[in-house]
Design a protein around this ligand. Structure first.
Ligand SMILES: [Zn+2]
Length: 250
């Protein structure tokens, strides 16, 4: 039996790709009969996905009060306008509307924690009472995320993961892509170690390869799929900026 004081429901969009894994997750957080369910990430611009979210709410007799967007990538933000048109009374929280520090609901408090790195505007949502953390694209269910350089930053990313790891009593991570994980600290710790290792790898070869990001990708990501090479390049550029901040002009 779950110790959670509220339900957490995953609705995955039909936008699977190399970058979105099996699709982007929208998360409904609420309690049956409570009039203030919260939607974390409305997902891509897709009426079918929004209909799936609405069907889940209806099935549980939940009504939406707030929507939080974890960051302004299209696959997380795209449906926001549809929610706004269909349910104008719902409060929207995103980069464009302003993000609150905290949302009070009848089932508990959800805190919005700035965690830049994947993008500059990335946030996590922390339900302390239940020990649940919605990580957006800062930590995925499986495997590493990417740093969307130059919007994102490896320096910020490492700090944000340390912030998340310092949260007490984590019982579950609910990511923007992939499965929920109960081994929350292991997932966050793995992401931190992975990013540090990637940065260390770039540090080892940077000078020998003239700090040339393309050459470093060839060396550090041998055999990377063509579709994922842009992400490898951005990760490498972010690592170079982290290691040599004065030479990247930011
Ligand atoms: Zn993203």
């Amino acid at each position: 039996m779950s110790a959670s004081p509220y339900d957490v429901i995953r609705v995955t969009a039909s936008n699977a790709s190399e970058y979105t894994q099996d699709g982007t997750n929208s998360w409904i957080v609420g309690s049956p009969g409570c009039a203030d369910a919260v939607l974390i990430d409305p997902g891509p611009d897709d009426p079918v996905h929004l209909a799936s979210v609405e069907a889940e709410l209806e099935r549980r007799d939940m009504r939406l009060s707030d929507v939080i967007v974890t960051h302004a990538h299209d696959d997380h933000l795209g449906n926001l306008w549809r929610v706004a048109l269909r349910q104008p009374e719902v409060r929207l929280h995103s980069l464009f509307t302003g993000l609150p520090g905290c949302i009070e609901t009848s089932f508990g408090e959800l805190r919005v924690i700035p965690t830049p790195g994947h993008t500059h505007d990335s946030v996590m949502v922390w339900g302390e009472e239940a020990g649940v953390l919605f990580t957006g694209d800062t930590a995925l269910g499986d495997g590493p995320t990417m740093i969307d350089y130059p919007d994102g930053s490896a320096t910020d990313y490492l700090t944000s993961l340390e912030t998340a790891l310092a949260l007490p009593g984590l019982r579950a991570v609910h990511p923007g892509h992939g499965r929920s994980r109960k081994d929350a600290y292991e997932v966050l710790g793995w992401n931190l170690a992975h990013r540090r290792a990637r940065v260390d790898r770039v540090r080892e070869v940077a000078d020998q390869l003239h700090r040339d990001a393309e050459r470093i990708v060839d060396h550090c990501y041998p055999g990377v799929a063509p579709a994922l090479r842009p992400a490898a390049l951005q990760n490498t550029q972010a690592a170079l900026e982290h290691l040599f901040p004065s030479s990247t002009g930011r």
